[in-house]
Design a protein around this ligand. Structure first.
Ligand code: SF4
Length: 393
């Protein structure tokens, strides 16, 4: 493949925070055509099919390998001075820097397991799915957006990571590659705690060994006392992910999770906020699965009122998942939701900057954090006025 190298613009304009936020949102909807190898994942829970890079210094994951990316107007190109930039046609939109291959990926455990099969580096967060199996996978309950079984089937990970393995890898990720936190998720188990205690023990081991802030993610446990026990392990933040506030969509895309009902998530969040504090509890909210916008925004605001950070992301169809043939939602639809939720977060005194660990701290899979910064800039940079954010009640 030919690598196009346009001449570097000696006075390339620096985009405003508003322009960066809008570009990140566009890239996450349309993808980024790359003409160079880029660190990417092609399965698993979380940012699968994710090219990891920095745009104007902001860490971001964007689709790079899915077939729809070929139609994206955005391309990553090298410049004469060896740097990188995002272009739309011949217009240079923003500077870019590629995430380097983590040094710890070259290490193996004493048993010969490569460290990268135990935990991956998602930009500055060491991340792992501690149980790569799920009670819902492979049956009628499987979440249609999920790829947890894909990475296991293709041999890129191991089924169960032990606390000792994770502690060893997290220490290396911190010391060799500057990881600043750990994000640990799990497939759901058939036990009443739904895997929360195991992922909690893994997080505890990471924290004790590496001293990193840790987020653990799990489904609402049947016994909410489990949440207090996870907090007692010293875990900093938790993710309890409703995925969508639209009950009809949840029933269609995540029948196993829908069985507990959306109110079970609010009950779990209430307990979790009491244990971990406001802003340290988050939920994924995936856009682009057919959900009603008002229901989504009302749900986000109700969560925020409780002290829960709704981490809003566009659907990123995972190759091998039941949604692999879908497209991400249009940029305009995603931006419309960010513009209604971000000011409400700010009004309630919450922001991604206040989240200690995990996906809502990292923000690379969403444009939300960039819109937060744009709003806190007063929407002004380089003398340009940003588009208004809509402050709802
Ligand atoms: S509960 Fe759903 S999203 Fe979570 S691991 Fe299982 S199938 Fe995937």
């Amino acid at each position: 493949m030919t690598v196009t190298t346009p001449p570097a613009d000696p006075v390339a304009p620096v985009p405003s925070a508003e322009e960066v936020a809008r570009l990140l949102t566009a890239l996450q909807s349309e993808g980024l055509r790359v003409e160079v190898p880029l660190a990417a994942r092609a399965g698993g829970a979380g940012p699968a099919d994710a090219g990891m890079l920095y745009i104007e210094g902001v860490q971001v994951t964007v689709p790079t390998t899915a077939s729809y990316v070929e139609a994206s107007p955005y391309a990553l190109r090298g410049e004469d001075d060896g740097s990188w930039a995002v272009y739309e046609g011949s217009e240079r939109l923003a500077s870019a820097a590629l995430a380097p291959r983590p040094k710890y990926y070259d290490l193996t455990t004493a048993d010969g397991i490569p460290y990268w099969q135990i935990a991956l580096l998602h930009l500055d967060s060491v991340a792992s799915t501690v149980l790569q199996t799920c009670a819902y996978w492979g049956n009628d309950d499987q979440c249609t957006f999920c790829g947890i079984g894909v990475t296991l089937a293709n041999g890129r990970t191991i089924a169960k990571k032990t606390p000792a393995m994770l502690a060893e890898v997290a220490l290396a990720a911190r010391d060799l590659d500057g990881a600043v936190d750990a994000t640990l998720t799990t497939g759901s188990t058939a036990t009443p705690d739904r895997g929360a205690m195991y992922v909690g023990r893994c997080g505890q081991a990471v924290k004790e060994a590496a001293g990193l802030p840790v987020q653990v993610q799990f489904e609402p446990p049947a016994d909410l006392d489990v949440i207090d026990r996870v907090a007692d392990m010293g875990i900093d933040s938790v993710g309890i992910h409703v995925e969508t506030f639209d009950p009809q969509v949840l029933a269609r895309v995540a029948p196993g999770k829908a069985r507990w009902g959306i109110e079970a998530y609010f009950s779990a969040w209430e307990r979790a906020v009491a244990a971990f504090g406001p802003g340290q509890v988050s939920t994924y909210v995936i856009l682009g699965m057919g959900e009603d916008e008002k229901t989504t925004i009302d749900g986000c605001k109700r969560a925020i009122d409780m002290g829960v950070y709704p981490f809003i992301v566009p659907l990123r169809p995972v190759p091998g998942s039941l949604m692999q043939d879908l497209l991400p939602p249009p940029r305009e639809a995603v931006e419309a939701v960010y513009r209604q939720v971000v000011p409400y977060l700010a009004k309630k005194g919450m922001s991604s900057a206040g989240v200690t660990a995990g996906c809502a701290r990292c923000q690379a899979c969403s444009g939300m954090g960039a819109f937060e910064r744009s709003a806190s800039d007063g929407g002004l940079r380089d003398g340009r006025t940003a588009l208004p954010l809509f402050v709802g009640a």
